[in-house]
Design a protein around this ligand. Sequence first.
Ligand code: IPM
Ligand code: MN
Length: 352
Amino acid sequence: MAYKIAVIPGDGTGPEVIAEGLKVLKAVSEKCGFKYELKQYDLGGERYLRTQEILPDSVFEELKGMDAIYLGAIGHPGVKSGVLEKGILLRIRFELDQYINLRPVKLYPGVETPLKDKGPEDIDFVVVRENTEGAYLGAGGFLKKGTPDEVAIQEAVHTRRGVERCIRFAFEYCSKRNRKKKVTLCGKTNVLTYAFDLWERTFYEVAREYKGIEADYAHVDAICMWMVKNPEWFDVIVTDNMFGDIITDLAAMIQGGLGIAAGGNINPKGVSMFEPMGGSAPKYAGKGVVSPLAAISACQMMLDHLGEKEAAREIENAIMKVVARDVKSLTAGKMGYSTSEVGDLVVKYIIK
Ligand code: IPM
Ligand code: MN
């Protein structure tokens, strides 16, 4: 059976990094002997400006029948902020019920971190971000918009079911990881006394079912501090959508930047989507200077999720060789190689 993979290269540097991920996918499929079919979808700012279409329902129906979605980046300087993000990225996350945003934070040997005195043995944790609720739901509205009396209300919605399934995923994930066996809830129980009361109660209830795992709590602001000061304290961090969005940009920086950080939007029983964490980076688009390693890592996560564990390991090993031996830096323009040359290096280590 061939995996059906939807490819959405999207905006900005999305297409050039996804091209490298697909090169790696081809090489690893030949080595490990699995088959796949790609279907490319032209979605994003260019299509919207050309046709006013964001995500046609017919395309959305096709996505539902895929085994996975491989996404580049969404966001275009010529389109009002939020239109494409909500209309494409968040719509897919919500309507395909991809309720987990899984973001591994791992410093590979040879990659520079801005943290003084911290190395690969200190930076290896995973953020499990709730991906379908919280402030992202879009609940709220305006009153008297455009007048001096105007009011904007933006509500955050946290459901017991949504919170519990996210926390359960975090504990299950932790039980399979070979690290500290610790799950840290990242919240704000001292101020958001409704939302994080629900999170905290649910967290400790679920924790009772996992005797071998330490359950730990920290406020989101403190987490930002510890992530810089003592990242070795973390194994799995579970948090809501908004906090998860913010702390994973910080986390990406300590693992070497957006050139290497990837994430999976997971529906454990449905269609999941994998993407590099960096945005569309319009100023670099088409120049061949950005690192494709985040997109290649996203491909690795996709294969791991599909059950192609050996292929996923092959990709990770090849990435580790490239960062240890070849690229000088992951910063755009400073790699010492072009985007496609870095893709070629990964392929070379997979073939060998
Ligand atoms: C991310 C991005 C998105 C988010 C944006 C583009 C809507 O920042 O995947 O972290 O906020 O979730
Ligand atoms: Mn983000």
